[in-house]
Write a protein that binds this ligand. Structure first.
Ligand code: UD1
Length: 462
């Protein structure tokens, strides 16, 4: 597991990256398994007493947190390299005493409510809380579970859900989501696999991670049709068995690497990927002036020396992913022309602008639309990523900046990027991860540190 190394200052660790900008990249970079898929596949292990053998699981702190949560629910977990072997013990399975801090640290853990309710007929799970990029309500999860026959209440910052009736079994229903929610679709999909009768999910999210989940559930004996479209049909079954499943490649990590190539104007080959998962991103990169070569499991990107601005608006899949909005904005600060970047999924996901401005980027914000005036170069700075994807965007901007930048906020980065600096160094970047300079920084700047301490105690995202 990737260690979150760093200096302990007061009660927080403060590791940081030093990035020397201006180095070209070249060669091949390997994409890890998808964090967002692996987390939910792990939650699906709660649906069976048999062994779930997941392969291609990324080594990330988020996976560590989910592992701890599953253990707290009575599961046995074993790790071998990139494999995770999970067995839920029916005699120990319980949602009592779920550590509040763990559920809060990982919003994705809330999807466990679906399988737990389906198995136990009763769940008590801490509220996932808000987060920096938006309020992130759970109303779609709750309304869906109610439609399947559960009574759901919120008490003392916990969600209490209960299935009444002798059999304590959820009952299939037709559910129309008011908005496309990845998490709510996953919660309801898992819950419905063991419900009595048929469930139809309308306006379902179509993300590849949902297709991955449905594929694994079907291998476990579920009857799911239509995953990947906006209507998913689930015929409930009595029980599910085990499965061996390979997690899909991480399209967000792959997209980050594509943008790393573009921002450094470097040719790069990226694999394994499922090119279809990245179409919205590769199209925008092509419009900006990058040549993209596709093969079955890899993408090669060759950027022109001069790239031009393009506009993006984030949308649910197959639209441009909100998780690559900040990285793409980093790229747009270095191209010719002005680009408009509109965030439509999360209401507060533009905080990276202020960090880019420290690097000399010319960006103005109106509502949730940023106008980015590209320039020839960014200047190095000391910057802090406030959430997972913005932290990755800081790394990308630093690769393109003149001079040496310092990036803090790595506890976010480690949640979702497996060995990012090592992977980038292998293809020519010059990034070091250290602690000693943090001591100097912290000694000089205790006030800033205290402020950061407050920032770090908030819940992170994605
Ligand atoms: C997942 C991803 C995250 C990505 C996001 C959108 C994981 C672990 N995380 O998050 O990386 O940024 O999808 O692609 O897979 N909403 C409601 N009510 C609900 C649920 C959601 O209004 O009950 C809204 C949210 O506030 C947001 C939108 O729906 O505006 C999309 O959220 P959702 O798809 O649920 O995001 P997550 O599943 O939490």
């Amino acid at each position: 597991m990737q260690s979150v190394s760093g200096l302990k200052t007061g009660s927080i660790l403060l590791p940081f990256l030093t990035v020397k900008g201006g180095e070209g990249l070249s060669g091949h970079i390997k994409v890890s398994g998808a964090k967002n898929s692996a987390l939910v596949l792990m939650a699906a292990s709660l649906l069976t007493n048999e062994i779930l053998h997941l392969r291609n699981v990324p080594r990330l702190t988020d996976i560590e947190v989910m592992s701890k949560l599953l253990k707290a629910m009575g599961s046995d977990l074993k790790k071998h390299s990139d494999a995770l072997i999970i067995r839920t013990n029916p005699l120990k399975l319980s949602s009592n005493n779920l550590p509040y801090e763990l559920v809060h640290a990982l919003r994705a853990s809330f999807v466990c409510i679906g399988p737990l309710l389906a198995r136990l007929g009763e769940v008590r799970i801490p509220m996932p809380g808000g987060c920096k990029i938006g309020s992130r309500p759970i109303d779609e999860h709750i309304q869906g579970l109610r439609a399947l026959g559960a009574s759901v209440e919120i008490q003392d910052d916990h969600v209490l859900a209960k299935v009444t009736g002798e059999q304590k079994r959820l009952v299939g229903a037709r559910i129309r989501f008011n908005c496309k929610s990845v998490g709510a679709t996953q919660t309801l999909l898992m819950a419905a696999t063991l419900a009595q009768g048929k469930t139809i999910l309308d306006n379902a999210a179509q993300e590849p991670e949902i297709q991955d989940l449905a594929m694994m559930l079907n291998n476990m004996g579920a009857k799911v049709r239509g995953a990947g479209t906006s209507q998913i049909t689930i015929e409930g079954v009595q029980h599910l068995g085990g499965s061996i499943h390979k997690v899909i490649p991480d399209r967000i990590e792959a997209g980050t690497f594509l943008i790393a190539a573009a921002i450094t104007r470097s040719p790069l080959t990226i694999s394994p990927v499922i090119p279809k998962h990245l179409e919205a991103v590769t199209r925008k990169l092509q419009n900006s002036g990058c040549l993209i070569q596709y093969s079955r499991e890899s993408l090669r990107i060759v950027p022109r020396k001069i790239l031009k601005s393009v506009d993006i608006t984030t949308h649910p899949f197959p639209g441009f992913p909100t998780d690559l909005q900040a990285p793409f904005m980093a790229l747009m600060t270095t191209v010719e022309g002005t680009s408009k970047i509109k965030e439509t999924i999360f209401e507060n996901r533009m905080q990276h602008i202020y960090q880019f401005q420290k690097m000399g980027a010319k960006i103005s914000l109106e509502g949730n639309t940023a106008s980015v005036i590209g320039s020839k170069s960014l200047t190095s700075a000391s910057i802090t990523g406030g959430d997972l994807r913005s932290c990755a965007a800081m790394v990308l901007a630093s690769l393109a900046a003149d001079g040496i930048s310092i990036i803090k906020g790595l506890e976010h980065l480690d949640r979702g990027y497996e060995n990012l600096s090592l992977k980038l160094n292998k293809i020519g970047a010059c990034i070091s991860r250290s602690q000693s300079q943090a001591q100097e920084i912290s000694n000089r700047n205790t006030k800033t540190l205290e402020a950061k301490q407050n920032i770090y105690s908030e819940t992170d995202v994605a």
